[in-house]
Design a protein around this ligand. Structure first.
Ligand SMILES: Cc1ncc(COP(=O)(O)O)c(C=O)c1O
Length: 391
């Protein structure tokens, strides 16, 4: 115990008021973000723009495209975005929604019809971070699988289904299965594709519907090399976020069969999500979606080189998350004051990193901002910041 306290003290960890849970940063931390074009951020999945940057980017986009406006999510950039998402996921139709929480819950509501049981990862956003919407608003019973782990196996699902089937006297049918990939609460780990394939064919054989919470699906695809369309092909519905790395400030798109998607407009309305105009969100994502695969591929390649350069540096060590995607574990081996380190990086080097966890591990996110400067200059900046914040 003393050893750990001493370590915290000498490493400056004790001076940090808030040690964040793994992979999570409270939304408030981003609210005051004052991005600058040349800023590099190692703490989120995408580039964060300040309000002013957002407005400027949006203006450029709108000057290039005059047909942007929608009315109640019909027409303009929203319709074009929906068509684009149907195309990239290979589904019949896609629909814009104001949030991923709504996309997940409405997808599962429709897919499960009158049945109540929905199998989910215990660490999923749906189970842990949606305010029990499925249970309280949609009367569904979420059944958590694989506690603390990113993925469950086909056998685990099959066993859970048969446990309920055999054990319940008053049977209620199986509604659906939801899979989050990559998994935010598990440092961006990806759900193994072989398991997705087995789960998907089992579900199809037993007429159990399958939903993909692919809020960050392009990240899974960039790091595994598995195309978006292949991922989507195993699922009945697929949700992708518009603001994780697609530049928007909110929004989601759900793709699936026409008979599912056509039920959504009415549900979006009655649950209060039918907003008058949505183009400021849709136009931004529409602009980014055409080159996101290329951008993420470049960021991944540059990130790999950066990781090996960091590991050649005597004061730092960085390792992969097993089955991971864009999140790495950075450790500073020199005894530094982390508050000073973070402030120095932000103010002097225009670089933002997360606070370390209680083990001194900094979750280090590779995103497109890594493309803004050479890897040598990034490593030099990190080393300079370490030297000037030694405890
Ligand atoms: C995996 C995952 N699913 C769903 C959501 C919900 O998205 P929204 O904030 O648009 O409701 C998030 C948001 O962080 C997420 O990370």
């Amino acid at each position: 115990m003393k050893g750990r306290r001493e370590f915290l003290k000498s490493s400056g960890l004790a001076t940090i008021p808030l040690l964040l849970p793994v992979g999570l940063t409270p939304p408030a931390a981003f609210a005051n973000y004052t991005g600058k074009e040349e800023n590099i951020n190692f703490y989120t999945d995408g580039a964060l723009t300040s309000p002013l940057e957002y407005v400027k980017e949006l203006q450029e986009i709108i000057e290039k495209n005059n047909d942007t406006q929608d009315t109640y999510a019909k027409g303009g950039a929203v319709t074009k975005l929906e068509q684009k998402f149907a195309e990239i996921t290979g589904k019949e139709k896609a629909i814009y929604m104001p949030s991923g929480t709504m996309a997940n819950n409405l997808a599962l509501k429709v897919l499960s019809e009158g049945n109540t049981k929905i199998f989910v990862q215990e660490v999923s956003h749906l189970y842990r971070d949606e305010g029990d919407a499925a249970q309280s608003v949609h009367s569904k019973r979420l059944i958590p699988l694989a506690p603390g782990r990113a993925s469950f196996s086909f056998e685990e699902l099959k066993e859970a289904v048969s446990y309920l089937d055999k054990g319940e006297v008053f049977k209620s049918g199986i509604g659906a299965v939801s899979i989050e990939n990559p998994v935010r609460r598990a440092d961006g780990q990806v759900f193994p594709i072989e398991e997705i394939r087995r789960i998907s064919s089992y579900c199809r054989e037993h007429n159990i519907k399958l939903h993909l919470d692919g809020a960050r699906l392009h990240l899974a695809s960039a790091y595994t090399g598995i195309p978006i369309q292949e991922y989507a092909s195993y699922f009945d519905t697929v949700y992708i976020s518009l603001y994780k790395y697609l530049g928007s400030k909110g929004g989601a798109v759900l793709s699936g069969d026409a008979k599912v998607i056509d039920q959504m407009p009415h549900l979006i309305k009655i649950y209060g999500g039918n907003m008058y105009q949505n183009w400021p969100y849709a136009a931004m994502a529409l602009d980014k979606i055409t080159h996101i695969e290329d951008t993420l591929h470049k960021a991944k390649t540059k990130g790999e080189q950066l990781i090996s350069l960091i590991n050649q540096s005597p004061n730092m060590e960085i390792s992969r998350v097993p089955n991971g995607s864009n999140v790495f574990n950075l450790k500073v081996s020199a005894p530094v004051n982390y508050e000073k380190l973070i402030a120095h990086l932000k103010d002097k080097e225009r670089m933002q990193i997360r606070t370390p966890d209680s083990q001194g591990i900094i979750k280090f996110f590779i995103n497109e901002t890594v493309l803004k400067r050479s890897n040598d200059s990034i490593v030099n900046a990190l080393n300079k910041a370490i030297s000037s914040s030694l405890a």
